[in-house]
Design a protein around this ligand. Structure first.
Ligand SMILES: Cc1ncc(COP(=O)(O)O)c(C=O)c1O
Length: 422
């Protein structure tokens, strides 16, 4: 039995014709809620807001067919199972993958840890090397640090240029000795907004006998992503940045790898048979989904995928980039602003910056007094900030509901911050 698609036609009206960000915004209750001063939300790279259709879908699940999945033989359990599996099918189609190859996790951090623990501990031995980049989020660094310390694995890094791009000419040298087993790279940097050439990196990795892992936390929510077109082997994503709920994300991996890898977590659901002295694993994808999964969140993620599809990922990307271009143009009007990262045509909807000598936390605090929410700090990318020679930065980031007026408010707020700090 399939669940009625609550809220699944939320943006049908905008699926053709011009992208109307004001109309899209009206579908996000948090952004339209009445409050003392209007909220200018510029922290979508940290987490996106959620449309009404996502909230309604989760509410509907809890009110109407809350039951555990894959177990019950009664109607609402079957309905919950169908909804959960349909979420997987829709997410898989969204990224151009077969359903069986999509594993639900808590978030992209857990997806990358799954690769490091299950694949890494099975496939890597002392003396092997893993190539990452200097612009990785901590979630694609720390799991490899843990593995490197445990197994004697060498970590190598693709450097970053002063303008915030990968120094691609270094990659052949990093791969040259044939010891590299995996190249892991962020698709869109959460600090610089740089869109990395992950297809070319995967091609070079394969030519050197290595696998390619893509951290798509910032790309799947903002642009069309097709795992086959990218040619990678593993891809991590997280729901809460793509208009879905927190608590769920996914790992996509090629079937042969998932078949060969041992499980990550053990327990209920991921087994076919258990004896006192051993157990046999379930088939894919459930082999990697131990215990009760995030069912309501899967239902919410399904609604988010539908929302994104109906809006059109090309148009979301174009919209985000257009806003980033406008932000770059307007922000340099403010004396002392220094933008991190590449020119507009090479980035997504993320703009990290410094404002003279003013600490980013102070900038964010002044902006907050104007109702403007930006992120300040190292954005979980300390090595990148070290490379750029800045301890921290402030960051404005956009999504489909962001409008040029948000950028105008930011610019006004930055002028005010300068006055406040003299
Ligand atoms: C590029 C990148 N990778 C990974 C993550 C981790 O996402 P999550 O905390 O949902 O696991 C983030 C979150 O900010 C990110 O921006």
């Amino acid at each position: 039995m399939s669940t009625p698609p609550v809220g699944t036609t939320a943006v049908a009206a905008t699926s053709r014709g011009r992208f109307d960000a004001h109309e899209v915004r009206s579908r996000f209750p948090l952004l339209t809620a009445r409050r003392e001063r209007p909220l200018v939300y510029l922290d979508s790279a940290a987490t996106s807001q959620k449309p009404e259709s996502v909230l309604a879908a989760m509410d509907d699940y809890y009110r109407r067919y809350n039951a555990n999945i894959h177990r019950g033989i009664y109607a609402i359990a079957e309905e919950a199972t169908a909804a959960y599996e349909d979420a997987r099918a829709r997410l898989a189609r969204f990224i151009g993958a077969p359903s069986r190859e999509v594993i639900f996790t808590r978030n992209s951090t857990e997806a990358i840890n799954l690769v490091a623990y299950a694949w890494g501990r099975w496939a890597l031995k002392q003396g092997d090397a893993v190539v990452l980049t200097v612009m990785e989020h901590h979630s694609n660094l720390v799991p490899w640090h843990i593995l490197a310390a445990e197994r004697g694995i060498e970590l190598r890094f693709i450097p970053v240029t002063d303008s915030g791009e990968l120094q691609m000419e270094a990659l052949p040298g990093l791969l040259a000795d044939g010891r590299v087993r995996l190249v892991g790279v962020v698709h869109i940097s959460n600090v610089l907004g740089t869109v990395n050439p992950v297809g070319e990196i995967a091609r070079q990795a394969h030519a050197a006998g290595a696998l390619a892992l893509v951290d798509a936390s910032q790309s799947v929510p903002h642009m069309p992503v097709d795992v086959k077109a990218l040619g990678c082997d593993f891809l991590a994503l997280t729901s809460h940045k793509m208009l879905g709920p927190t608590g769920i994300g996914a790992l996509w991996a090629r079937r042969e790898l998932l078949e060969a890898m041992p499980p990550f977590l053990g327990g209920g659901e991921m087994i076919r048979e258990v004896k006192l002295q051993g157990s046999k694993w379930n088939e894919l994808p459930w082999k990697f989904e131990a215990g009760t999964m995030a069912i309501a969140e899967a239902v919410g993620l399904r609604a988010a995928v539908v929302f994104n599809e109906e809006l059109g990922m090309e148009r979301i990307f174009e919209h985000d980039r257009e806003l980033a271009r406008y932000a770059l143009e307007r922000m340099i009007e403010v004396p002392g602003v220094r933008i991190l990262g590449p020119p507009a045509e090479k980035r997504g909807g993320v703009v990290a910056f410094e404002l003279g000598e003013i600490h980013p936390h102070d900038v964010a605090t002044v902006l907050d007094h104007h109702g403007i929410a930006v992120r300040a700090g190292h954005h979980c990318a300390m090595p990148l900030h070290d490379r750029l020679g800045v301890p921290a930065s402030a960051r404005a980031s956009f999504h489909c509901y962001s409008v040029p007026g948000d950028v105008d408010a930011l610019v006004e707020g930055l002028h005010h911050a300068r006055k406040v700090f003299g």
